[in-house]
Write a protein of this length. Sequence first.
Lengths: 289, 507
Amino acid sequence: MFLDSDLLMSALRALTPILLAALGGALCERAGVFNIGLEGMMLLGCFTSVATSWFTGSPWLGVLAAALAAAAYSLILAVGAVTLRGDAVVLGIAMNLLAVGLTSFLLRTVFGVQGTFDDPTLAGLPLVGGFTPLAYLAWAAVAVAALLLSRHVWGLRLRGVGEAPDAAATLGVSPAKYKYGAVLVSGVLCGLAGAQLALGNVTLFSENMTAGRGWIAVVAVMLGRAAPLGVLLAALLFGLAEAAGFRLQGVGLPQQATDAAPYVVTLAALFLSTARRRRRRTPTSGVAA
Amino acid sequence: MTPPQAEPAVELRGITKRFPGTLANDSVDLTVSAGEIHALMGENGAGKSTLMSVLYGMERPDAGTIRVDGREVSFAGPAGAMAAGLGMVHQNFKLFDSLTVAENVVYAAEPRRFGLVDRAAARRRVRELAEEHGLAVDPDARVGDLPVGLRQRVEILKLLHRGARTLILDEPTAVLTPAEADALFAVLKSLAAQGRTVILVTHKLREVLEGSDRVTVLRDGRVVARLVTAETTADEIAAAMTGRAVELDRVHAPGTPGDVVLDLTGLATDGVRDLELAVRAGEIVGIAGVAGNGQSELVEALAGLRPVTAGRVALRGRDITHASATERRAHGLAYVPEDRHAVGTAPAASVADNLAMGHHRTSLSSRGLLSPAAVRAHARRLVERFGIKAATEEVPASALSGGNLQKLLIGRELAHEAPLLLVEQPTRGVDIGAVQNIHDQLIAYRDAGHAVLLVSAELSEIRGLADRVLVMYEGRITATYQKDEADERSLGLAMAGGGTAPVEAVD
């Protein structure tokens, strides 16, 4: 009775933004760029989609603008980590911090409000069969990414670049090109994730509204071993946790506790997966046991 | 006087390449005929690698011309060189470990169907090439799971898939067993017989003599000899490389073993099991084996860098099975690790500081403070005694050549005068001249009454130095030889897991 179709529907809605961002993160991971700027790019996508939808009246233009803005923002990571050979972790953290400040600042200057911008006339995304079109796009993106990575020429080259950039370069494949491509696509996907969150899951913008979903996406990338299907399963786990947390509020648990559900699941998943990996690594080398 | 037959496969004329402070190639001419195996020899820093980088489009020459199959070319990068029919197998393989053999071979030159990689065609292609050239390897195997000899085959298949007519191999046998090296040369000879050209960059004399048609020797960036292999000798090539007569493959007189210094009983650690071994004072015990058969793990366990899971280690009668590295050193152990860059030295620290490491506990400090004057004096003494070539003691260790860095490391460890010296691959990648020096130092150390445990993949080194030779295979000692019994053939066989295994436990 607890695990019913309502719960599944709300889990699927909750997972969409995480899934989109995590797919982008997985592509970067495969290309050898550790992208932890998903959170910041997503937040920028949230704001851009809301602002654009508000001023144009079209949520679709909002989605497009979010994708473009987050892709432009992702150039910080691409230029910094690939061209200038900076530390991707430092860049990612900076992008996340900057996005919080930037969107809060823009909220005040553009809308003249603090905290939350919310208006009944703000146009959100339409629902088709209970989901936004972006949710369907996210599922399709899993299939496309899986096919690209495993079967397409680009996917093979991308995986090679991520594993041994020197080897790829000696064969005439430019690692920088593929890394830029992966980071820009992750920007687009995070922009879409932000639009889904701000115009799909809810219809508003509030400061720091991503609330760690980008970080959860980073964990989903690790948990899913940067494989699209693995990432989908990990995102589903987090979606279920979020939906279950919401459901538990109905049972009378305090909201602060139930809101923590996805993060607790994240931590538990990380512990379990690293413990499992470590155990697998210990028996060493090719010595017959 | 011979009339020009076909165009040479590769012709370099007057190649000059300068790097800040050095003239790496000084007007080098190199002509490689089609269908020959041409060895390019020289010590480290002689300019072999630079010359090949120039040929392969990775460096631009300051002067000179390159002709491939008679046409003058100028490559912007390796891709251009590949398009002109050149292909290079780098010393450190450029492979993708997580990808399959077929994926590695076709990477960036994939057979396609509708934009997707045609995996069936890729597999077929690998099988065809493998069969044609005697390079059998499973197209679906993951490259990371393959032994090093097969990985090299993948590299060669990669070049053949791209239609390379001239193959450049950089130190191809550095990591191979003797049997694998023989197999490689059989393949190279058959490639040459089909009209392909092979350029072999190496400093190993034996394989040049057995496997090549002609030899070009570089020294200090210049060509110092062009020889026809059939008409030359190892001594002549070595003399050209070093500029002086060198005594090759000396077998040193045996030592006079005394008391047991190191005693292992039933030792086990990662990748090592049931190991029994004793090393006596005044004795060098050599451990031969192909890399990855537990030698490194054994030495790390002895040095205190890796936990011992079973058995006992005794040093001069005291149980040090679970002692820390510091305690072991204090009780009389010195250690020359295999990886001199990452483990043996601190590249950014000065020569003086590197020489002081380890000695800082004993002779160079008082009340916890280092004495800079003592550190400098200590450094000067060792630089002098071991002939380390460094501009000053203050230059960073990274500025030293490989051979000099190794002299630094070995000198520092020998200076401990520890009863037991663990030494791993003491002359890997070191010039012939320096090899001689290092071997003499090790023998002198033994003759002074110390015990030495030597791990080396170089058979001639093991045979020349060791009083007893043990062969390690899959984590165990599978054969033991006295100095005069250890011939190259039976050692090679034992290293490959064949031959007479004296103890074969049933599990």
